[in-house]
Design a protein around this ligand. Structure first.
Ligand code: CUA
Length: 263
């Protein structure tokens, strides 16, 4: 059979196009790592979100290395948490569920764009290489406050990221001469150990304590404060651990103005 050379050229061109189209579609489906939401992440009873091991406490959790997990609950018309911070260079897996109606969890400018269906858990993993800010919004109409449903994801430089938490427990008032303590709890949210120094400044006094905390652990610190040295009056105190600071005021009252009527 004799095929005219133009006919041949058109046949070849058509074949090239067909192979090209199939290659493009295949690449689009597998190449960029876009995954469909499936039921791998499991289902959940929306009434029991607060007791759920994953969503009972929402927020960022360190899994080890550069891997993090972020658990988010969507509800009319907000996300919990509404502000999320992760470090640059991290691989973040989001787990999102809804407390009421269908919402979406869309991180503008990334591949994260999923429906959030009550009863289902949506799971997505993304890498964040560079620091930046991303808006989070809801793409599914969910009622009159739909357009106000938003959040913010901040990718901070790696050395600014911190999952340490500091809380304190201190008396407001103490009688002069009595012993008193200012207590603090330092929580280490990372899987790696934490070595740092806690400093308490009160009046002219300064106390320093070296703190070593295991990964995912916490440390209780107790500072004995010398009320005699402070003297009567109001004393501001500041407790510092890394970039965290808690402060308060301790008033030392002398026994005579303790309210007793001994003229
Ligand atoms: Cu939630 Cu729209």
């Amino acid at each position: 059979m004799n095929i005219h050379k133009y006919e041949k050229a058109w046949l070849v061109a058509a074949m090239v196009l067909i192979v090209g189209f199939i290659a493009t579609i295949t690449y689009g489906a597998v190449g960029p790592g876009i995954a469909m939401i499936d039921d791998d992440a499991g289902s959940i009873d929306p009434n029991e979100i607060s007791d759920h091991e994953r969503f009972g406490e929402t927020g960022v959790e360190h899994l080890g290395g550069n891997e993090y997990e972020v658990d988010v609950v969507a509800q009319a018309w907000s996300y919990s948490p509404s502000e999320i911070e992760v470090p640059a260079g991290s691989e973040v897996t989001f787990y999102v569920t809804s407390r009421d109606v269908t919402h979406s969890f869309t991180v503008v400018g990334t591949n994260v764009n999923t429906m959030v269906v009550p009863g289902q858990i949506s799971e997505m993993t993304v890498k964040f290489d560079e620091p930046g800010e991303y808006g989070i919004l809801c793409n599914e109409y969910c009622g009159q406050g739909h357009h106000t449903m938003e959040g913010l994801l901040t990718v901070v430089p790696e050395d600014e990221f911190d999952l340490t938490e500091l809380s304190t427990d201190a008396p407001r008032e103490v009688e002069a001469g009595n012993e008193t303590t200012i207590n603090a709890t330092v929580n280490n949210g990372m899987q790696d150990g934490l070595e740092t120094t806690a400093t308490l400044e009160i009046g002219e006094q300064q106390y320093e304590r070296d703190v070593t905390i295991d990964g995912e652990g916490s440390a209780e610190l107790t500072f004995d404060v010398d009320t005699d040295a402070l003297g009567a009056g109001e004393h501001d105190w500041t407790l510092t651990v890394d970039d965290h600071e808690e402060s308060g005021t301790l008033s030392v009252v002398s026994e005579t103005d303790g309210g007793d009527t001994n003229e």
